[in-house]
Design a protein around this ligand. Structure first.
Ligand code: AMP
Length: 424
């Protein structure tokens, strides 16, 4: 970029905050012209050192909302290393936050380091020895380093829990409590999440001191710009319907969620036999495979990624046009997180959910949570009346033959085409 151009992009609405000029310059170069609503509200509070509870839809710029104030305080206040810790529920999100923070810190000498499991300790120990100002970590590996003595948390002045509802659920809570017990009480704490169920709000009172609530939109709202469509289908026809839907939408990037790792693998195998370029992301894969899957999906090597809920949190892949729930998520909060992988940063996106008869109850719960009824759709040319083979798993491919039939449903809700969004 020429000096002149650099000068032009320097002038952005981020100057309204009293942020260090090097950070303002960095976000300008990243193309951030004006702060998003969560940034406008959270940054001034966070800069004052106040505890913040940030509730905003996914994909609305939460990383910068907490990242810029952390970096600013690290730049302007005398500190020992590490001064800030960001906790993330998944390795992929930790890496993504690290990458964003490094870009924000590009013109400074601050060091940002990600610490997460599934990879060797060596490079992380080296990184810690060199001194990291800001650590982004998953809880398990962080605690390993603490118990090995390769990392101490008593210098921390700032703590962020990203995807806070996940960090404070039963799975993570014991580890998170262990970590918090080692962080000085005299600290700034920030919690960010798209959803704040009541239990999390209750727990947050233990962790935060006089927090300011920053809430953008409805308490548990899904991303704006997102359409929600349900496809009622007998369980045994889900594989066929999925293939048909994928052919119709013909998208460069679709994320499919399944209930289990096993189902993710089986769908991948099934789809790979067709024209699709498919990868999977779940916790039975090695970290190397997980990173390669995500990177390949981001770069367009794969146009479909089939994943379990580990991909539901925070992952930012530009251009995902559709999120398909092959199986319904366990909770309506999970639905918001899954579908938030599309329609990010004010773009459009479609959430498509395949609903077997025994999943209708869950679907209604999600609809109540969203405050809207989903469009029930069906593919015109798809044969919904193929009987289930006598003994089959729900993923087994059915033959195309039509035997004696009982009419199923959806024929009264036909919609000719799945909307295809362009220009993303
Ligand atoms: P996040 O919610 O932090 O994952 O951000 C979602 C996406 O929005 C990321 O691709 C960010 O780079 C982008 N983004 C965040 N803040 C801004 C902004 N102020 N202007 C433009 N893009 C942004």
């Amino acid at each position: 970029m020429t000096k002149e151009k650099e000068k032009i992009v320097e002038h952005t609405a981020f100057e309204q905050f009293e942020l260090d000029e090097r950070l303002v310059r960095a976000v300008a170069l990243m193309g951030y012209e004006r702060p998003t609503p969560i940034q406008s509200q959270a940054i001034p509070l966070a800069l004052k050192g106040i505890d913040v509870m940030g509730a905003a839809q996914t994909g609305t710029g939460k990383t910068a909302a907490f990242g810029l104030p952390l970096l600013h305080r690290a730049l302007t206040e005398k500190h020992e290393k590490p001064v800030a810790l960001v906790l993330s529920p998944t390795r992929e999100l930790a890496v993504q936050i690290e990458e964003a923070m490094k870009k924000f810190a590009k013109h400074t000498k601050l060091k940002v380091l990600a610490i997460y499991g599934g990879v060797g300790y060596g490079p992380q120990i080296d990184g810690l020895k060199k001194g990291a100002d800001i650590i982004v970590a998953t809880p398990g590996r962080l605690l390993d380093h603490v118990s090995k003595g390769t990392l101490h948390l008593d210098t921390l002045k700032m703590l962020v829990l990203d995807e806070a509802d996940r960090m404070l659920d039963m799975g993570f809570l014991p580890d998170v409590r262990r970590i918090i017990a080692r962080v000085p009480k005299d600290r700034q704490t920030m919690l960010f999440s798209a959803t704040f169920p009541d239990e999390v709000t209750r727990l947050s009172k233990e962790i935060l001191q006089n927090p300011q609530l920053v809430q953008i939109g409805h308490k548990s709202s899904a991303a704006r710009g997102l359409t929600h469509t349900a496809y009622p289908v007998p369980a045994h026809l889900k594989p066929d319907l999925l293939s048909e839907i994928l052919i119709e939408i013909n998208s460069p990037a679709v994320l499919i969620f399944t209930r289990t790792k096993h189902r993710a693998d089986r769908i991948q195998k099934m789809l790979t036999k067709s024209v699709f370029r498919v990868t999977t992301l779940h916790s039975d894969r090695t970290q190397k495979q997980r990173s390669a899957a995500l990177e390949g999906f981001k770069q367009g090597k794969y146009n479909i990624m089939v994943a379990t809920d580990i991909a539901a949190r925070g992952i930012d892949v530009t251009g995902i046009t559709h999120v398909i729930n092959y199986d319904l998520p366990a909770t309506s909060e999970d639905y918001v997180h899954r579908t938030g992988r599309t329609a990010r940063a004010e773009r459009l996106g479609d959430a498509v959910t395949l609903v077997a008869p025994d999943e209708e109850v869950l679907l209604r719960e999600i609809e109540r949570h969203l405050g809207q009824q989903m469009t029930r759709s069906a593919l015109n040319h798809f044969d919904y009346m193929v009987p289930a083979p006598e003994k089959t798993s729900s993923l087994q491919k059915t033959s195309g033959t039509v035997g004696p039939q009982k009419k199923t449903f959806a024929s009264s809700h036909r919609r000719p085409k799945i909307p295809r969004k362009t220009g993303r």
